[in-house]
Structure formats: structure tokens, C-alpha cells
Write a protein that binds this ligand. Structure first.
Ligand SMILES: [Ca+2]
Ligand SMILES: [Ca+2]
Ligand SMILES: [Ca+2]
Ligand SMILES: [Ca+2]
Length: 242
């Protein structure tokens, strides 16, 4: 009996060892299987990315819209203003935008709009921003600041303030365009950041971005300085993929 039991025990041990080996081996083969699966997935992902990118500057035009508000996000909203569609090459300032009483706005929202009836082929552009005071409408206006051109890769403007760099009331934008044979922006989005105490780095709010042109555009959401109260300066970003 003892011998038989030992034999049984031995057999069981062997079985267990074999089962473990099989499990281990199948786990290994699963791991090996997963690698090509991941490859397939990432290929699919790339294809999706490519199809999302099918909306480009070669088949779409863009427009910047903006509005400001005060006393909390979404409150005391002023008029929505725009410098117009880029492909229309207006090169004109928008109307001055302010909050509801054109006095000390707390936040700004930028929107990127797109349309398919015109495109950005063979066109270079940059964004200009100017701030004013004393009820907006251009009184006490500060220096005009520009983003780099799209053909230069875009980027942030210098900080724009009103004349005394303290509690601006009005904001306006212009999109400057110039013909640029052979240059067409692939993708584009707008960014905006506010600060206070002049152009102090330590009072910056979070930089906010619109979705990309290839994503259909959209809104930055509310952009304010660090405490979302009476900012002094705004800078604007033209972000491009060439
Ligand atoms: Ca106000
Ligand atoms: Ca305010
Ligand atoms: Ca001022
Ligand atoms: Ca503030």
C-alpha cells in the first residue's frame, strides 16, 4: 500500500509539473501572440489618425472668433467678434471686444471655426493682437503684438497690454495674410494665455488651446490669469503643423 501511495504521489507530482509546464508554455505563447496583435492595433490606430488628418489646410479655411466676460466664467459676456475668414484675406482688425460693460474683463474665450468652401493653399498668415482701456474701443491702446508667421512655424506672440499695462478693457485681433506659393499649412490651432501685474510670469493663468483644424476646431474654454480677476496682459499662439 505504502509503495502504491508513493507511486500515486509521484504520479500526481509529475502530472502537476506537466500541467504547470503546459500552463507556463501557453502563457508564453499568449505573450508571443500578443505582440503581433499589438502591431495590428497600432496600425489600425495609425490609419484612424491618418483619416482624421484628412481635413487639412489644403481643403479647409479657418476663422478666429472671440468674446470676453467678467465676474465669473460665463457671466457678463460681451459681443462675439472676429477678424473674418483667413482665406478671404481681409487683413482687417476685428471690432473691439470687451465684456458686457466694457470694463475690466476677467476672461476671454477663443474659437477656431472651419469651412470647406475655401482653403489655405499657397497662403501664409499670422495673428495680431492689441489691447485698449477706458471703456475699450481703442482708447489707451497698447502696442500691437504678432505671432510668428505660419511659414516660420508659428508660436506665441509677445505679451500684449494696454498703454499703462494695467487692467485693459478691450481686445481686438487681426489675421495678416500674404501669398506664399507652395506653402499650405497642414494643421492649425489657436492658444491663449493671460497674466496680471503687468506681464509677470508668476501671475499667469493656464494656457488654453482650441482643438485642431483637423478635429473640426472648437473653443479654448475660459482663459483667465492666475486668480481669474482683472488681468493685465494677453498673449496669443498660432500653432501649426506644416
Ligand atoms: Ca466688467
Ligand atoms: Ca473684472
Ligand atoms: Ca489700463
Ligand atoms: Ca488678477
Amino acid at each position: 500500500m505504502k509503495k502504491t501511495n508513493k507511486k500515486k504521489q509521484f504520479k500526481t507530482l509529475v502530472k502537476l509539473a506537466m500541467v504547470s509546464l503546459v500552463i507556463f508554455a501557453s502563457c508564453q505563447s499568449n505573450l508571443n501572440d500578443e505582440i503581433p496583435e499589438q502591431d495590428t492595433d497600432s496600425k489600425l490606430y495609425e490609419e484612424q489618425e491618418v483619416s482624421e488628418k484628412s481635413a487639412t489646410g489644403a481643403n479647409r479655411d479657418i476663422k478666429l472668433k472671440f468674446y470676453l466676460g467678467d465676474r465669473g466664467q460665463g457671466n457678463d459676456i460681451g459681443n462675439v467678434e472676429t477678424p473674418g475668414w483667413v482665406a478671404d484675406k481681409q487683413n482687417q482688425w476685428s471690432e473691439w471686444g470687451g465684456d458686457a460693460d466694457n470694463y475690466d474683463p476677467d476672461w476671454i474665450v477663443l474659437e477656431l471655426l472651419t469651412r470647406t468652401t475655401k482653403n489655405l493653399k499657397n497662403l501664409d498668415f499670422r495673428i495680431a493682437i492689441q489691447l485698449s482701456d477706458d471703456g475699450g474701443f481703442g482708447n489707451g491702446a497698447g502696442t500691437v503684438r504678432y505671432t510668428p508667421w505660419a511659414s516660420q512655424g508659428g508660436g506665441w506672440s509677445i505679451w500684449a497690454t494696454d498703454a499703462d499695462a494695467y487692467d485693459f478693457d478691450g481686445v481686438r485681433f487681426k489675421i495678416e495674410t500674404r501669398p506664399y506659393s507652395g506653402f499650405t499649412v497642414e494643421d492649425v490651432r489657436f492658444g491663449v494665455q493671460l497674466t496680471d501685474h503687468g506681464t509677470s510670469n508668476s501671475h499667469r493663468g493656464i494656457a488654453k488651446y482650441t482643438p485642431w483644424l483637423s478635429q473640426g476646431g472648437g473653443s479654448t474654454g475660459y482663459a483667465g490669469d492666475r486668480d481669474f480677476y482683472d488681468p493685465d496682459a494677453i498673449r496669443i499662439k498660432l500653432e501649426v503643423i506644416r
